[in-house]
Design a protein around this ligand. Structure first.
Ligand SMILES: Nc1ncnc2c1ncn2[C@@H]1O[C@H](COP(=O)(O)OP(=O)(O)O)[C@@H](O)[C@H]1O
Ligand SMILES: [Mg+2]
Length: 290
């Protein structure tokens, strides 16, 4: 049997090279306040992988995606066991575009901080009088470039994203920048409207795109998981204050109340968190996570 070892190990995900394809594995690791916790959240990886699969299927009319399969029986033998079953996605290998495509439908986090200071978010002027967590009149596109390890991603303007892409793909900067901007907004609108009808606010999210072997722009990475997005419960939503995270609310509350814990959570908090991921999955897909 061919052995595989990850070509990349992120905080939460592992990536394996399989020739023309990649196998992206979501682990059960969870981070909060930018730290990996000592506990594993059982099935989190599988739930998030199946959520990405749901969104890729849901949006294939808008743009092609990199997903080949999440069925380990279609992957090399090495992956055909419990460690990879359900939490792995085999994907077409893309040439990734060096832009993080962020879209915000609500004003929160760093966007809220910047708006309070000068009325703009990433250089985009917003109407006066917005409250914290308020829905924006229209979703805004606020791209960033991936910084080198250890540095924060850098927010850039749409015009700068054209230049960044033009440097790497001469003659194609405007075309690619426009395509990924338009796709980002269209994907967000369709999915956020749908999620809202199921009781979940997707306040903002990040997409990554790449080029396939024919030069088509394809969406890659993970899609609209709570790890790449801010999910808020619709129930209890009210502008004028910060909103609780749909999935990490118990984790963050407990960590704040227990600063000495050294990031080891009690079972009760972990179990409640597992239930929140299952609940999000069931609300969005209409199916129980078995
Ligand atoms: N289809 C794909 N082809 C090539 N690279 C991909 C594809 N989908 C996602 N990626 C890349 O795989 C990596 C996943 O790593 P990740 O765990 O998110 O860590 P990080 O975002 O910190 O680099 C990212 O660099 C992402 O751009
Ligand atoms: Mg990433």
């Amino acid at each position: 049997m061919q052995e595989f070892s990850p070509i990349k190990e992120g905080k939460v995900r592992e990536v394996y090279d399989n020739g023309d394809s990649l196998i992206i594995v979501a682990t059960d690791r969870i981070s909060a306040f930018d730290v990996i916790l000592k506990n594993k959240v059982t099935k989190k990886g599988a739930i998030l992988t199946q959520m990405s699969k749901f969104w890729f299927d849901f949006t294939s009319d808008i743009i092609p995606n990199h997903m080949i399969t999440t069925d380990v029986k279609e992957m090399p033998e090495f992956f055909q066991n419990d460690r990879f079953d359900g939490n792995s996605m085999m994907c077409r290998k893309l040439e990734m575009l060096p832009i993080e495509c962020i879209v915000r439908g609500y004003i929160t986090g760093s966007g809220w901080a910047s708006y309070k200071e000068n009325g703009t978010v990433c250089g985009i002027k917003l109407p006066e009088g917005l409250k914290e967590s308020e829905k924006l009149p229209e979703p805004i596109y606020t791209p960033s470039t991936k910084a080198d390890i250890g540095l924060h991603d850098e927010n850039i303007s749409f015009e700068r994203s054209i230049e960044v892409l033009e440097e790497k793909f001469p003659g194609k900067g405007l075309e690619y920048a426009t395509k990924i901007k338009d796709a980002t907004i269209a994907l967000y609108k369709k999915c956020a409207d749908y999620a809202l009808s199921k009781g979940i606010i997707i306040a903002d999210t990040k997409f990554e795109f790449g080029l396939d072997e024919n030069g088509n722009v394809v969406i890659g990475d993970e899609m609209l998981t709570p790890d790449s997005s801010r999910f808020w419960p619709l129930e209890g939503y009210e502008a004028g204050k910060g909103q609780p995270s749909f999935d990490k609310q118990f984790v963050r509350d407990w960590l704040k109340a227990n600063p000495e814990s050294d990031y080891l959570l009690p079972d009760e908090v972990v179990n409640k968190t597992i239930d929140k991921y299952k609940e999000a999955f069931a609300l969005l897909t209409g199916k129980d996570f078995e």
